[in-house]
Design a protein around this ligand. Sequence first.
Ligand code: G6P
Length: 609
Amino acid sequence: MCGIIGYIGKRNAKDFLIEGLRRLEYRGYDSAGMAVMKDGRIFLTKAVGKVAELESKIRGDARQAMLGIAHTRWATHGKPSETNAHPHADCFGNLSLVHNGIVENYQELRDMLVGKGHRFVSETDSEVIAHLVEEELKSCEFEDAFTRALSALQGTYGVAMMGVSDPEKLFVARKGSPLVIGVGTDEYLVASDVSAMVGHVSKVIYLEDGEMAIIDLQGYRVKTLDHELLEKEEQILEWSQEQAQKGGHPHFMIKEILEQPKSFEDALRGRLLVEEGLAKLGGLMPVEERLRKIDRIVIASCGTSYHAGLAGEYMLEEYAGIPVEVEYASEFRYRKSLIDERTAVIALSQSGETADTLAAVREAKRKGALTLGVVNVVGSTIARETDAGIYNHAGPEVSVASTKAFTSQLAILALLTLYFGRMRGMSLVTGKRIAEGLRMLPSLIEKVAEQSEPIKKMAKKYQDTPHFLYLGRKYNMPIALEGALKIKEIAYVPAQGYPTGEMKHGPIALIDEQSLCLFIAPKDSVYEKSISGLEEIKARGGRVIVITTEGNEAIGGKADEVILIPKTLELLTPILSIIPLQLFAYHMSVAKGYDVDRPRNLAKSVTVE
Ligand code: G6P
């Protein structure tokens, strides 16, 4: 979605704002804009398209100011255009505002303000906030006008604002859209995402819903909208600048795919007790007694995280013996889900900000369930609103198509399987076997990722395939779904993911000489059953790439291509079988010349419904 960045300090705001926008571009990128305050005047620059377009348009005084705000936009109300790009202004350009979220009552507010003579230039909901503040300024100072305007809004916002009547301050607030303040030496940054400020500040403050802050060179004050002063804790920002950059790779996606041995290990670090066959999950300690009493788990998530949840269901039911249901978070919030205080609802979310998943957490809480977050972004809304949770520690994931967050979610679900399993009768021997299997995985993931070059050749060879079918059985069924999602997301090719056994109930009709099937069949308990599906495809002239276990080279006689993965425990195979499918989608997107990290129409973090 949209990204916000702001700067106040003694250095050149433009440099911080442009760099911050570049790092935020992955959230939304149909247009961008920047406003700076210099000598009591606001200088505004906007551009449609990439941040580079914006930068090339910045001229004169706008290049040398010490206070400013900027925004990358992903259209919700109003088409992508310079007029609709943020920052927005009041009638006379005396204030400037950037906004994430949705003002639900904007039409009503706009009508009221037009009635009072305000002139609107954009089609956005955000512009009403600027005019509301302008209206309030007729009877009070900027700080009060800001809070009064926000109090009139229904919906969600993360906002940053500045005005010529109080020209040395930056005003920010949050309700439903993230807003973080970065504390540096004699300077402050504000952003919707910490990745925009890593390397510049070492401490951050996360604003909560209903909180605002006023920042100047002397410091900051955090208050409620009712003017109650708050003491906020400054937290250490651990992510390094290097982590947030591409590290020499052409795209974030390939960097993140190749980082998986490390991100997987980081998810296990300090949590896996191999000798005891246990998982130590510090984040769950406060709710451990309650967890002993739960009789059901519901996993709520979206997109790639949903597919991780499906694999988690199979692990948890088989080894921990707890009934598990995986729900699309967008459905959970609207249907009547039968949950109570003996249900644990696990929200799986890389960003921790997905609106549907957050809504599911709130709904689950209302129904009395215990809520747990499995989240990558530290301090994100889901992390803070759940009763307890586990961080992925995968580091920033920038590419829109999720890869390392997915495998680290699988790592945590495997740890949860050990945790619940050993609590509920799993033997020491089984616990040790799973723990040992997990410990071995980083080096096995590395081995699979080494096949990037041959997979690149396959992607080129099959580049013109009009449609793909991904099939997998049992633990690899969710991987078929995830593989198909990846190729849809970044290579824009129609693809279906199905359980292998379902092929004969429909998808088989799609098979012809043009189609390509990615067939996941490791040597596991369902291998023999799967292979009959392979025969059925070949009999109909379909082309097949098989992903199977090392030592099963004989399958080559039945397939067009073979990709081998090392042997591991059956429940852990998805962690290896997904890697070639991520690489295949990546290389296919590159071969087709697409913008891999920023696929069309998609956003990394969907913070609106
Ligand atoms: C968006 C992204 C997907 C992601 C999904 C869930 O649709 O494009 O890559 O899987 O949101 O995101 P979350 O941050 O909740 O895991």
